[in-house]
Design a protein around this ligand. Structure first.
Ligand code: PMP
Length: 414
């Protein structure tokens, strides 16, 4: 276990619960340091998904027979569990989507259609993932609204004074990430919402990178919309969440039309169901939702307090590692952060370094991490090498990373 003193020992919290991280019969294992792209899955989720198919599989909200009723009940139980998990006041405020990308597009699409008009302004932070940037570009073009960039400071933090100076009478929406997938910065969403709401501005938050690291309380933050993907929080792929305040969600125009979301349909026209069905057309990812319930139970037993402590140790260790290395610059030095580190090299290309690391079974991401404007802003034309950690990462992972970085220098720098 963890030993205090000069030597930091990182056991990897609940690592045994993640089958993909187990060593193979030859003792080889993947050092998975790409958790911002997707997190690994706990055994309990893998089992729950197959349990659903073996025991509960029937389409939800349709059949009157017992199996369909059971499947529907299980599905709705998870909606309520998600609401409790992020402290949403009502289960109806949780919409299941295919991922954060769909959630964000659904909100932007509605705003572009119904809210934004010529001359309006949408403030988008420069640290957004393309999923919270491109939809706004599209909707601003459609409605002739203007996108205004909120630039981070040199530490990689978004500063509220700067936001205040960007707000005008025309500002309608602020789109901002809770946690940056490149810099690791945790943004002050509560304060952003408080300022925005003084000016009747809506706040759309991309929570994709927050949920694996910090507890989310949408009521306390008072955000209008909060979007994230289950697969980034040890949950299933193909499942996203859109949280919205009920009065706003009630106004959101459906993004998809079809079965499940309609009430009365004639050949000429249709009326729609109330929330949440109105925004969930078609057969949803039922097994994924069921599995998500298992993941939430798992995270409850892990606890965010334990995650915080494990990640503080990982960060400390990672900073020490970086200090020992030559020729590396860290993108972003925010004081509130999670263990996501994007590295720039004086004399190596991040893509080449990632290849050397791959030879040592160290999985990291090289490139722009779907945040090209941010890399351009920080003049990181070649992109960066991202090491993104989760609570199950351990000492061996970081040792393999360090060894790999040293090997890359030996091979690539003359
Ligand atoms: N926002 C952020 C900050 C992300 O990191 C990602 C995934 N890389 C997304 C949005 C999009 O998530 P998904 O691909 O699961 O829809």
């Amino acid at each position: 276990m963890y030993v205090t003193g000069a030597q930091w020992v990182l056991p990897g919290l609940y690592r045994d619960h993640f089958p993909l991280l187990h060593p193979d019969k030859d003792g080889k294992m993947v050092h998975y340091l790409d958790n911002s792209a997707t997190t690994q899955k706990p055994e309990i989720l893998i089992q729950a998904t197959s349990f659903f198919y073996q025991n509960f599989n029937a389409n939800v909200h349709r059949g009157v027979y017992g199996l369909a009723a059971q499947a529907t009940q299980a599905y709705e139980n998870v909606r309520a569990a998600v609401a409790r998990f992020i402290k949403a006041p009502q289960a109806q405020e949780i919409i299941f989507t295919s991922g954060a990308t769909e959630s964000l597009n659904m909100v932007a699409n509605w705003m572009g259609q119904a809210l934004l008009k010529k001359g309006d302004e949408v403030i988008v932070s420069m640290m957004e993932h393309h999923a919270n940037l491109v939809p706004w570009q599209q909707q601003c073009a459609r409605s002739q609204a203007k996108m205004v960039a909120w630039l981070p400071n040199e530490k990689g933090e978004l500063d509220l004074d700067r936001l205040q100076s960007l707000i005008t009478k025309e500002t309608r929406v602020i789109a901002v990430t809770h946690v940056s997938n490149v810099l690791g910065t945790v943004n002050p969403i509560r304060e952003i919402c408080a300022l925005a709401h003084q000016h009747n501005i809506l706040v759309v938050v991309d929570g994709s990178q927050a949920v694996a690291h910090i507890p989310v309380n949408v009521e306390d933050m008072d955000c209008d919309f909060y979007c994230f993907s289950a697969h980034k929080m040890f949950g299933p792929t193909g499942l996203g969440i859109l949280y919205g305040k009920k009065d706003l969600l009630n106004q959101v125009t459906p993004f998809r039309f079809g079965g499940e979301m309609v009430d009365i349909v004639t050949f000429e026209e249709s009326s729609f169901m109330p929330l949440p069905a109105r925004l969930e057309a078609g057969t949803p990812n039922m097994a994924g939702v069921y599995g998500m319930g298992a993941t939430l139970n798992f995270l409850k037993s892990v606890t965010y307090d334990a995650i915080y402590l494990a990640e503080q140790k990982l960060m400390h260790h990672m900073f020490q590692l970086l200090e020992r290395m030559e020729g590396i610059k860290l993108l972003g030095q925010a004081s509130e952060r999670v263990p996501v580190f994007s590295l720039l090299f004086e004399d190596m290309h991040p893509g080449d370094v990632a290849q050397v690391l791959d030879q040592m079974n160290v999985a990291v991401r090289a490139g722009y991490h779907c945040a090209m404007p941010l890399h351009r802003y920080y003049q990181a034309g070649n992109g960066s090498l991202r090491v993104s950690l989760a609570f199950y990462n351990n000492q061996e992972d970081l040792e393999a990373l360090e060894e790999g970085l040293k090997k890359a220098r030996k091979l690539l720098v003359r």
